[in-house]
Every structure is written in structure tokens, then in C-alpha cells.
Write a protein that binds this ligand. Structure first.
Ligand code: ATP
Ligand code: MG
Length: 419
């Protein structure tokens, strides 16, 4: 095919003079297979029209930190490339590599701009083709994203199944160990020995922690599979606080952490509508975090009050404010994800729920958020940043909607939650 015919075929609306001009300002080159004519990201000034041969257009993309190459399309005789970077005056948006020995007509930026300025129809042809290509790219990218999303969903499902099966399987042996531990603890040989009670006690604490983690795994799988059952009843918040605080009494004493409570009298609605077992779990998790990430001799404030919230309207707010190591604000959106552990050292894992920076599987906040969401509430973490010297602290706010008090519960309204 004549060169003029080739140009006419590529740009049918171009005048004869413009075709001549294009021919005058361009030169042909032949490249062996495997030559990179355009390099993604590079600033290059050449526009190409393929006379003979085939090229592939490739784009780099990042998959979990690994750079991969994706084939966008192949181009052959009569097709052009290299126009996008010239039109937008930017770097190459893709890499072009010859697949076969390829002869191309090359036109540099200035010459192309001159021809475009004098031939709006050519400019339109190129823009139209460019938009078509972008559209195809978009479609490809959307399809890839959908496939990746589906793969992630499948993986997440598999992870959840594994968590659930593992947790169920571990519960039985743990129950057996707990039974034998009780027998052992009561045995005269142990009771009359100076060291054995301490050893059995250590075993016992380890077993209880194991059970707690297994239960957390079961909770999180229920939340993720949306099978968490919430049994709504009127709950007196002070019951939740006092029971949970009782659980942490020993740890608070050992670490000399003071809890200050400020419970506002709530004359309108003294109870919240919720599941007391689940709400206790939330309070337990939040308080355990406050203790775990606070240094010894620290203070934790617990506040409860009625508020008007922009989203929930009339709401009951529980605030747990510690003066511990804090969280980096940019990490806050992630702490609610299951197995998230922030800057914790994994080697400290699961030593205890209350030791300073004791570590854990990273399920507490995921469970708390799942439970509060199921109550139609909100859970918010705030911290100026993580600093193990300055101890900037973390504040956790839980907001629960206060439904209209039901008639038959009206006599409870005379109570208040002051501790
Ligand atoms: P688990 O609760 O399952 O035993 P965990 O405490 O590590 O383990 P989460 O309660 O979900 O897990 O918390 C996730 C992460 O958020 C923690 O590892 C920690 O990095 C950060 N974090 C949570 N609460 C606080 C807090 N009060 N102060 C500082 N960091 C916190
Ligand atoms: Mg926790």
C-alpha cells in the first residue's frame, strides 16, 4: 500500500494538502520485534502510524505491592499510537512494544501540532479514536476490578469459614482441659503443695484466655455472616458498667489504674434498649483496650450521658477516655477491621487482655462495632496520635439510640443510672 493511501485510510477526512504535509514532516523507521517505542511514564514527543507489523499496548498496574503488566490491545497496519501524551502534554500513559518487525511513520510533536492546528478534522478523528480507546480501557478496568472484588469476597468467605470451623473445633478440647483443671485444682496433692497451686493457676489463666479468643472468633464470624442475634430488652447501663468493672478489678489494682466514673442522671430515659449480654461484651472490649494501652498508674474516665446526636437524634452516649499510647489518626478507620493490630509487636501476642501493650488477635473492636451497628448505634474512636512517651490518649465514644419508652416500662423511668 502506498504511504498516501495508508494515511488516507487512517484519517479519511484529511485534505490532500494535509496528507502531503504529513508525509513531508514524517519519516519511516523499521524496528525489530521486542522494541519499546513508548515507555509508560516517560516524556516523549513522537506520534506513530503503523505501516507494517504489529505492536502491543501495555499498562503497568500494582497488585498487592507487585507491579504487573496488562495488555490493553494490539495495533496493526493503518493504526496509530502515541497521540495521548501529545494531546494532554503529559507523560506516556502506556508502554508500546513491537511484536513483529514493525515499520512506523514517525511525526514529532511540533509537526503534529502544526498539522492539527491547520486541520481540525484530523484533530477530531484523533480525539474520537482516543475517547474510544479510553472507553475500552475503562470497561477492561471495571471488569478486572469486579473480578478482583469477587475473588476477595470468596477469600473472605473462606477465611470466615476457617475461623468458624477452627473456633468450634477448639472449644471441645478447651472444655476438657477446663474440666481436668478443676479436678486438679481440688486435688489434695495440689492443695497441699507449696508450688503446684500457682502452676495450676497459670494453666487456668492460659485456658481462660484461649476460651476468650475462641469466643471472640465465634462472635466475629457471627457478625460477618450477619447471624448475630440481638435480644432487645430495657437495659440499665450501670449494670453493664459495674459487672464489667468487677471483672477487671484485679488488673486495675495490679497496674494501679484508676477508673473515674461520671454518670449523668438521665431523668427522661434511664434505660437503653439493647442486648445486655452483647453490650457488656462491647464495654468489656473497650475497657480492656483502655487498660491494655494505658501505662501503669494511669487514669481512665468513663462517662455516660444523654445527648442529641446529628444522626441518631436522642441518644445515650458512653465515653471511655484513656491516657494511654494513643492511635495515629490515619489508622483509626482500620482499627475496626478484624485482625488489625496497629503498631503492635506480634511477638507480644495474646500475653494478656490487660498487660501494658499486651497484644491480642485484633478482634475486640471489630466485635464491638458489629454489636453497636446491630443496635443501630455508632462507635467513634478519637486520638491525637500514637506516642509512647507523651501518652496522648484515646477516647472511645459509643452512641446508642434511645427509642421511645414503652408504656409498660414507664415505672422504670423513675430510676436513674447514677452510680
Ligand atoms: P483483642 O481485642 O482481640 O484482644 P486487640 O486489642 O489488639 O486484640 P482491638 O481491640 O480490635 O484488638 O484493637 C485493634 C487495635 O487498635 C489494637 O491492636 C491497637 O493497636 C488499637 N487500639 C484499640 N484501642 C486502643 C486504645 N484505647 N489505645 C491505643 N490503641 C488502641
Ligand atoms: Mg482489644
Amino acid at each position: 500500500m502506498e504511504l498516501t493511501d495508508l494515511i488516507r485510510k487512517a484519517f479519511p477526512n484529511l485534505s490532500s494538502e494535509a496528507v502531503e504535509q504529513l508525509l513531508k514532516l514524517s519519516h519511516s523507521h523499521t524496528y525489530p520485534p521486542g522494541t519499546i517505542l513508548c515507555q509508560e511514564g516517560a516524556y516523549e514527543d513522537t506520534f506513530y502510524l503503523i505501516q507494517e507489523g504489529t505492536v502491543e499496548i501495555l499498562k503497568q498496574f500494582d497488585v498487592a505491592g507487585t507491579e504487573r503488566e496488562r495488555l490493553l490491545r494490539t495495533l496493526g497496519k493503518g493504526e496509530f499510537f502515541g497521540e495521548m501524551a501529545i494531546i494532554v502534554n503529559g507523560p506516556r500513559v502506556a508502554t508500546v512494544r513491537t511484536l513483529t518487525a514493525t515499520t512506523v511513520l514517525e511525526i514529532d510533536r511540533q509537526a503534529l501540532m502544526d498539522i492539527l492546528a491547520a486541520n481540525p478534522t484530523l484533530a477530531l478523528d484523533i480525539v474520537r479514536e482516543t475517547i474510544d480507546r479510553l472507553r475500552v480501557n475503562d470497561r477492561l478496568q471495571l471488569e478486572e476490578m469486579r473480578a478482583a472484588y469477587e475473588a476477595l469476597q470468596r477469600l473472605d468467605r473462606a477465611k470466615l469459614d476457617f475461623i468458624e470451623v477452627a473456633a468450634h473445633e477448639l472449644r471441645t478440647p478447651i472444655t476438657i482441659i477446663r474440666g481436668y483443671r478443676d479436678v486438679l485444682a481440688m486435688h489434695p496433692l495440689v492443695q497441699n503443695d507449696p508450688d503446684l497451686p500457682r502452676i495450676v493457676n497459670g494453666m487456668s489463666e492460659g485456658t481462660e484466655r484461649m476460651l476468650e479468643i475462641v469466643n471472640s472468633m465465634l462472635d466475629v464470624s457471627k457478625i460477618d455472616s450477619q447471624t448475630l442475634q440481638v435480644a432487645f430488652v430495657p437495659v440499665l447501663p450501670r449494670m453493664i458498667f459495674s459487672e464489667t468493672l468487677h471483672v477487671f478489678e484485679k488488673a486495675l489494682q495490679e497496674r494501679n489504674i484508676t477508673i473515674r466514673q461520671h454518670h449523668q442522671k438521665t431523668p427522661t430515659v434511664p434505660f437503653i434498649n439493647g442486648d445486655p449480654v452483647l453490650l457488656s461484651k462491647v464495654f468489656y472490649q473497650l475497657l480492656s483496650n483502655a487498660i491494655k494501652y494505658s501505662p501503669d498508674n494511669s487514669v481512665i474516665d468513663i462517662i455516660s450521658r444523654e445527648v442529641m446526636d446529628v444522626d441518631l437524634g436522642h441518644a445515650f452516649e458512653i465515653i471511655i477516655a484513656d491516657r494511654g499510647i494513643g492511635i495515629e489518626p490515619d489508622q483509626i478507620p482500620y482499627v475496626f477491621e478484624k485482625f488489625y493490630q496497629g503498631g503492635n509487636n506480634v511477638s507480644l501476642h495474646s500475653s494478656s487482655k490487660t498487660a501494658f501493650r499486651g497484644g491480642g488477635p485484633g478482634l475486640g473492636l471489630a466485635i464491638s462495632k458489629g454489636i453497636i451497628d446491630a443496635h443501630g448505634g455508632k462507635i467513634i474512636l478519637e486520638s491525637p496520635g500514637r506516642d509512647e512517651q507523651k501518652m496522648l490518649g484515646t477516647t472511645c465514644r459509643v452512641l446508642l439510640p434511645i427509642g421511645k419508652p414503652e408504656e409498660d416500662l414507664s415505672e422504670m423511668n423513675n430510676l436513674n443510672v447514677q452510680k
